[in-house]
Design a protein around this ligand. Structure first.
Ligand SMILES: *[C@@H]1O[C@H](CO)[C@@H](O)[C@H](O)[C@H]1NC(C)=O
Ligand SMILES: *[C@@H]1O[C@H](CO)[C@@H](O)[C@H](O)[C@H]1NC(C)=O
Length: 182
């Protein structure tokens, strides 16, 4: 019994160590692309896909289509409002036709949910359901449906103070191959 307990404690300690995600996990080689805005069959204010599962170290790449969108991280409880210190693309990808020449990328650091919205107020994109999640808890109402429903109840979206400066990610040319230095 004593031996079993100490083995359990040792296992817990090792498990704890190995599951604590490093601040900057190495790039896994996996890039997950998300289409932002109007394109082809997707005619709405939308992220496609809007429910992404990613591993720590995976890279997220956002490809912007018309018209003028942003990506902002919020909490689940307060959609359409920036989470302090959260990810922000800035309004740097306005395009009238076809994908913008640059994309926005960031690395997923851990498995915590990342709730994202478009903060464009002209047309109330967030209130129209232009929201998505990376690593949803999949426990209703804490999922994409619950987040979308909450976003529709908000009256107006806000952006971080400097609407052109990205936070927590990088603007890169679509054809750049080594944005993370690997
Ligand atoms: C994109 O939207 C932002 C925020 O509404 C605005 O400040 C910016 O001027 C717009 N850019 C273009 C090219 O329309
Ligand atoms: C990447 O694309 C930009 C414009 O989209 C172009 O100016 C540049 O030459 C391209 N770079 C490479 C390495 O193809």
């Amino acid at each position: 019994m004593v031996a079993f307990t100490s083995i359990a404690f040792a296992a817990a300690a090792i498990f704890g160590l190995t599951t604590a995600a490093p601040a900057d996990p190495p790039y896994t080689g996996v890039t997950k692309e998300v289409i932002v805005g109007f394109t082809g069959a997707n005619k709405g204010f939308a992220f496609e896909p809007n429910n992404v599962v990613a591993q720590p170290g995976d890279k997220m790449r956002f490809i912007f289509h018309p018209k003028n969108h942003s990506i902002v991280q919020s909490s689940f409880d307060e959609p359409c409002k920036p989470l302090e210190g959260g990810i922000f693309s800035g309004f740097n990808f306005a395009t009238k036709e076809g994908p913008a020449p640059n994309v926005f990328e960031f690395k997923v650091k851990d498995t915590k949910p990342i709730w994202l919205y478009c903060s464009q107020t002209a047309g109330n994109h967030c209130q129209q359901g232009m929201v998505m999640v990376i690593n949803s808890p999949f426990s209703p109402p804490k999922d994409i449906n619950g987040y979308t429903a909450l976003s529709k109840l908000t009256e107006v979206s806000t952006s971080p103070a400097d609407i052109f400066t990205p936070i927590g990610g990088a603007i890169v040319a679509k054809n750049a191959t080594k944005p993370w230095g690997y």
